[in-house]
Design a protein around this ligand. Structure first.
Ligand code: MG
Length: 376
């Protein structure tokens, strides 16, 4: 059983205010559309239907995520149909059609829609209306309505793919949503319990609510790393990727870049993935003299493969000499290049140990580092 997500993102969404359609505006550190994509990226296929003018914004929001962008049509129903058509070549069994403006989709809600599709041709979440309902005109109440049996519809609205494609192709237009298209084609649609957290961003106030919900669910990880290398005969040290002339060199199996090792271990630590030695055993001759860049890149790739963005790293080098200050800026630039991070997210600083201990006696250099990873 394969399941595709179809995200409808072709609207211009101006009621939310701001210079861009709401799905491209930022909430909790990323465009609304990116949060929505992340909630659905684990499905077998993801198609996002966009306005042709938004191609660049959509590509930026979808960066590194497995999503296909499809240009939409004039009305919402046209966009959905074009998205469904785009799935036809590698047709899924089920399709979940979701509003891009609902970025706080709880995983359990998604599962309950999928579960209901085992026994129904259509299923969609909704919340029973609990407030009294009025009609009104010119600022005055003109009547009341019975709220019993009324629901507030949410998405994702899920269907058997072939059924909903046929229903959209046959529909004359004017439907409020995909549930209406399905029902007009005679398909049964089950109601699964909706979730208040699955809000649709419509007004500027909704951005604040979504921000709170998304931040609460955020997976933030810290890791620390510590490393020491002793000095031996030589004429330069390599620290955080930068060669600095010195009266000694650092001793080690690889290039002995103590700062880069501490940062690498901090990233592995945040992932609970051990340390450099676990991934690159010193007993293995292929890593002899290796550039530490290989280790750091591996840790960064592993973090990104697990869905984490590296938010920042901070490294302190502990030595009397060489003086680090004059080289700190090029170290930050070099580390940023290797990690694919802007250099303002990479901090390299130094301290002495007041001539105390092995670093004070200039027998070697120590480094400590911290890394912050955020599930992106
Ligand atoms: Mg080391």
């Amino acid at each position: 059983m394969t399941t595709a997500a179809l995200i409808v993102a072709a609207g211009r969404g101006r009621r939310a205010g701001g210079p861009l359609p709401k799905q491209w505006q930022e909430v909790a550190g990323a465009p609304v559309a990116r949060h929505t994509l992340q909630a659905l990226a684990h499905l077998d296929q993801v198609v996002m239907v966009i306005h042709p003018d938004d191609q660049g914004l959509a590509e930026a929001a979808a960066r590194d995520l497995p999503v296909r962008l499809v240009h939409g049509g004039h009305e919402r129903a046209d966009s959905v149909r074009l998205g469904l058509e785009a799935l036809e070549r590698d047709a899924p069994d089920l399709v979940l059609i979701h509003d891009v403006a609902r970025p706080c989709l709880p995983p359990a809600l998604l599962e309950s829609v999928q579960e209901a599709l085992r026994t129904h041709p259509g299923a969609a979440p909704a919340l029973a209306v609990s407030d009294a309902l009025w009609t009104g005109e010119a600022g005055k109440v003109t009547g009341t309505r019975d709220r019993s049996g009324l629901f507030r519809a949410q998405t994702p609205q899920g269907f058997r793919y072939a059924d909903i494609l046929a229903a959209h192709r046959a529909h004359p237009g004017g439907a409020a949503d995909d549930v209406q298209v399905a029902r007009d084609a005679g398909l049964d649609v089950a109601i699964v319990p909706g979730d208040e957290r699955n809000l649709k961003i419509t007004t500027p106030e909704d951005f604040a609510r979504a921000e709170t919900l998304l931040r609460t669910g955020m997976d933030i990880r810290l890791g620390n790393g510590y490393d020491v290398h002793a000095f031996e005969e030589g004429d330069a040290v390599i620290l955080c990727g930068v060669e600095i002339p010195h009266s000694k060199k650092l001793k080690g199996h690889s290039d002995a870049d103590v700062g880069m090792h501490a940062v690498t271990d901090a990233i592995y630590g945040a992932l609970a993935e051990g340390d450099i030695g676990r991934h690159f055993p010193p007993s293995d001759p292929q890593w002899k003299g290796a550039a530490s860049e290989i280790f750091l890149k591996h840790a960064c790739d592993l973090a990104r493969a697990r869905g984490y963005a590296i938010s920042n790293v901070d490294c302190t080098l502990i030595c009397e000499r060489p003086k680090v200050g004059p080289h700190a800026e090029s170290m930050m630039a070099e580390m940023g290049r290797i990690m694919d991070l802007p250099s303002d997210r990479v901090s390299i600083k130094a301290t002495t140990s007041e001539r105390l201990g092995f670093t004070g006696r200039e027998e070697g250099i120590a480094a400590i580092a911290t890394a912050t990873l955020v599930k992106s």
